[in-house]
Design a protein around this ligand. Structure first.
Ligand SMILES: Nc1ncnc2c1ncn2[C@@H]1O[C@H](COP(=O)(O)OP(=O)(O)OP(=O)(O)O)[C@@H](O)[C@H]1O
Length: 378
């Protein structure tokens, strides 16, 4: 088998699909994607409802044969994971031969089986059985050891999802597909399960393709981002790079960047932390992070305003020097999006067009960004 799935020598996943649902009639949805993804970490696939996220996962899983709706002949499909071709003109590995785990919105557990038996059922169907050490590690990672004798109906939605995730990991997948795994959970349960997903990401070396339309989940979990629009890839790349782009209207409603910051000092009196980003320092709410800890911050475009003077009296704590790198109209006629560089850190600010006009903003201007609120992504 040939290997054309390495990008610059790094393990990667290459997925090229051109596909239309075979409805027997002319179809108005087609998928046409060409992705080069890292074979590590979390790749979030983000897009509005109907943009083709689930169809893409189903193609990767081999659940969607690529048949042209009119001619009934094969359509373009190529999928390679590291050095292994799963699908191309000559090859079609059926789903059960693809070493992948698939987690859906609903856990899909058998109601009449205990959690232990649900898990055993999954393992029996796996090509590669987990070792005892793997088994115990994954149960511990998902925090489900104490649930093994219970039935699915006795578990919360979040616990059921943790079991479903453990079951998909125990087949020792080379790729984990997750299709909105948190969308059936309420906000508290979502918060409960996110730390498990984070430890999964840091402790297991399984690449994850994670479909969501929640920007919160993207900010929290993703390393890499694919933005889908009408069956096409509107953008793909490292998370920070894609989120700082100005040309993605699909992100506009929640425009904002994710940056990494190192905690420098603690101000006990005001319950604040000072953290360093490339290009400046920011004060954050103190949530007991350790000095030296690296935290992810989400800075929304709507929370940044700009000022030409350094020492305006204001209640805003965070004020850092920035350079304007681009200004574009927003979807809303009254607003503009401004891209700013603080050192090497790119940020976005959403301002009224009137303010942009009054400040006579143009690329290259240097001024002060006032950041109203900085959320630590936890
Ligand atoms: N089996 C099918 N037959 C025909 N059309 C389908 C089928 N499944 C999905 N579609 C259509 O394909 C398009 C993409 O659907 P898909 O479920 O991939 O989108 P999505 O981005 O995952 O949406 P959501 O976020 O709502 O789950 C939609 O227009 C949908 O109606």
């Amino acid at each position: 088998m040939s290997d054309n799935s390495s990008v610059l020598g790094r393990p990667s996943i290459s997925a090229r699909f051109a596909f239309a649902h075979d409805t027997g009639e002319s179809t108005d949805f087609s998928l046409d994607v060409n992705l080069q993804l890292p074979a590590s970490g979390v790749t979030a696939v983000y897009g509005h409802s109907g943009s083709g996220k689930t169809t893409l996962l189903r193609c990767i899983a081999g659940l969607q044969r690529n048949i042209h709706p009119q001619t009934k002949t094969g359509y373009t499909a190529h999928l390679a994971i590291n050095n292994t071709i799963w699908q191309d003109e000559k090859t079609f590995l059926p789903t059960h031969k693809r070493a992948l785990g698939y987690v859906f919105q609903e856990s899909g557990l058998f109601a009449h089986l205990t959690i232990a038996n649900n898990i055993d059922y999954g393992i029996r169907r796996a090509a590669k059985k987990p070792t005892d050490a793997d088994y115990n590690h994954i149960l511990a990672l998902m925090g489900i050891q104490s649930l093994m004798k219970q039935f699915p109906a006795q578990l919360s939605g979040g616990e059921r999802q943790r079991v479903a995730i453990a079951r998909s990991l125990l087949i020792r997948p080379r790729l984990l597909l997750m299709d909105e795994p948190l969308s059936s959970l309420d906000i508290t349960r979502k918060e409960d399960i996110l730390p498990y997903l984070e430890s999964l990401k840091s402790e297991l070396n399984v690449p994850i393709i994670y479909v969501t339309h929640s920007m919160d989940e993207v900010a929290r979990l993703a390393d890499h981002l694919v933005v889908m629009e009408k069956g096409r890839v509107a953008a793909q790349g490292p998370l920070r790079e894609v989120l700082s782009r100005l040309d993605l209207p699909v992100l506009s409603a929640e425009a904002g960047v994710v940056v990494e910051a190192t905690v420098l000092e603690r101000d006990d009196r005001w319950h604040l932390l000072r953290a360093e980003i490339e290009g400046g320092t920011l004060w954050l709410n103190d949530n007991a992070e350790a000095i030296g800890q690296v935290v992810r911050l989400r800075i929304l475009a709507k929370d940044i305003s700009l000022s030409k003077s350094a020492n305006e009296a204001t209640s805003i704590l965070n004020r850092i020097p920035v350079r304007v790198t681009a200004v574009t109209p927003d979807l809303d006629d009254a607003m503009s999006l401004v891209q700013l560089a603080a050192g090497d850190t790119l940020m976005l600010a959403r301002l009224t067009r009137r303010s942009v006009d009054q400040l006579a903003l143009a690329s290259g201007d240097t001024l002060w960004a006032q950041i109203k609120s900085v959320a630590i992504v936890r």
